[in-house]
Write a protein that binds this ligand. Structure first.
Ligand SMILES: [Zn+2]
Length: 183
C-alpha cells in the first residue's frame, strides 16, 4: 500500500456516503398505506434534492482536489462511494503532507455525511482542539462545534467553536502523531 505511516484509513466516510445516498435520496413515500394511495400515478414522488446536491458537491470536491494534485487521474466515473478509494489510489505517490490534506477532506466529509443523516454523536465523540474535552455540541445553524468546557473560551469569554474543517485536520494530525509514537 502506498499509504504513509499513521494514515491507515478506514472507509467510514464511504459507508456513510453510501448510506446517505441509499436512505436519504429515495423518493419519499406519500402518506400512509402501501403506495396504493389515491394520488395520480403520474405525479413523481419528491426526492430529497438537498441531499442529492450535497452528495454531488462532496464527490466534486474530492475529484477536483485529486485532479489538482494528480492531473493524470482523469475524471472520476465510478459509483459515488468509490470516490475516496479512487482519490487515494491516484494520490498514494504524493508527499505525506498532501496525503494528510486528502485524508482531512475525507474525514471532514464523513462528519458532514453523518450530520446530514442527523447523527450529531460524531461531534460529541471528538475532543476539542483547544482543551481536549469531549462532548462538544453541534450548532447546526452556524455549522460549528461548541466546546462545553466553561474555561475553554476566546479572549472575549465566548466558548470556543470549531468548523468541521478544523476538527478534521486536528483528527488527522492526532492520528498521525499516535502512530508515530507507536513506532
Ligand atoms: Zn475546549
Amino acid at each position: 500500500m502506498g499509504t504513509p505511516m499513521g494514515l491507515g484509513h478506514d472507509d467510514t466516510t464511504a459507508q456513510r456516503l453510501r448510506l446517505l445516498q441509499r436512505e436519504f435520496t429515495q423518493p419519499v413515500r406519500s402518506g400512509p398505506g402501501d403506495g396504493r394511495s389515491s394520488r395520480p400515478t403520474h405525479a413523481p414522488a419528491p426526492v430529497n434534492l438537498g441531499v442529492v446536491d450535497r452528495i454531488r458537491a462532496a464527490v466534486y470536491e474530492v475529484e477536483h482536489h485529486t485532479r489538482t494534485a494528480a492531473p493524470e487521474a482523469g475524471p472520476f466515473t465510478g459509483p459515488v462511494e468509490r470516490v475516496y478509494d479512487w482519490a487515494r489510489d491516484h494520490t498514494a505517490h504524493l508527499e505525506a503532507q498532501q496525503q494528510k490534506a486528502r485524508e482531512a477532506i475525507i474525514y471532514r466529509q464523513g462528519l458532514e455525511h453523518a450530520l446530514a443523516m442527523g447523527d450529531t454523536l460524531v461531534i460529541r465523540r471528538l475532543p476539542c482542539p483547544q482543551c481536549g474535552c469531549v462532548g462538544m455540541y453541534w450548532r447546526a445553524p452556524i455549522r460549528r462545534a461548541l466546546c462545553v468546557n466553561h474555561y475553554c473560551t476566546d479572549d472575549n469569554g465566548v466558548s470556543n467553536m470549531w468548523e468541521l474543517k478544523r476538527l478534521a485536520q486536528d483528527y488527522i494530525a492526532r492520528k498521525e502523531s499516535v502512530a508515530r509514537r507507536a513506532t
